[in-house]
Design a protein around this ligand. Structure first.
Ligand code: FE2
Ligand code: FE2
Length: 134
């Protein structure tokens, strides 16, 4: 079962960014299914991978931002940093046995992801296309 839907409305029309976003959506859906079936260990392991991929993805976008000299670099990067810290802190608590991953945590991810996609990543992708940066 899918928790996040990937369709035309999720596409920002920048091949690299779309590829990484899609991968993230697939992994979050996988995580959702692990959580639904109480596969806690698998879920925790996957969460580590997702955090890692998230970091890489943010680096991808940030290097594209620097390359294109987009004016919104700081505010966009700040959103990345805050979200990464939030997930990292959550994972630390999970690893310390102080918190258990739940579908409620995924709701936070879902809201952030699509909001960030529309208000930060889409304008970035449009800017990159205008400046022919792949
Ligand atoms: Fe972003
Ligand atoms: Fe992104």
């Amino acid at each position: 079962m899918n928790y996040l839907e990937w369709d035309d409305s999720s596409v920002v029309n920048h091949a690299k960014i779309d590829r990484e976003h899609k991968k993230m959506v697939l992994d979050v859906n996988k995580l959702y299914n692990y959580l639904r079936s109480n596969k806690t260990e698998k879920a925790n392991k996957l969460m580590v991978k997702i955090l890692d991929d998230l970091k890489q993805h943010f680096e991808t976008e940030e290097s594209l931002m620097l390359k294109s000299k987009i004016p919104q670099y700081i505010s966009h990067k700040l959103e990345h940093e805050r979200f990464h810290k939030k997930i990292k802190d959550l994972l630390s608590k999970v690893e310390a046995g102080k918190e258990t991953l739940t579908i409620d945590h995924l709701k936070v991810v879902k809201t952030w992801f699509f909001n960030h996609l529309d208000f930060k990543d889409r304008p970035l992708a449009n800017f990159l296309t205008e400046h022919n940066i792949k």
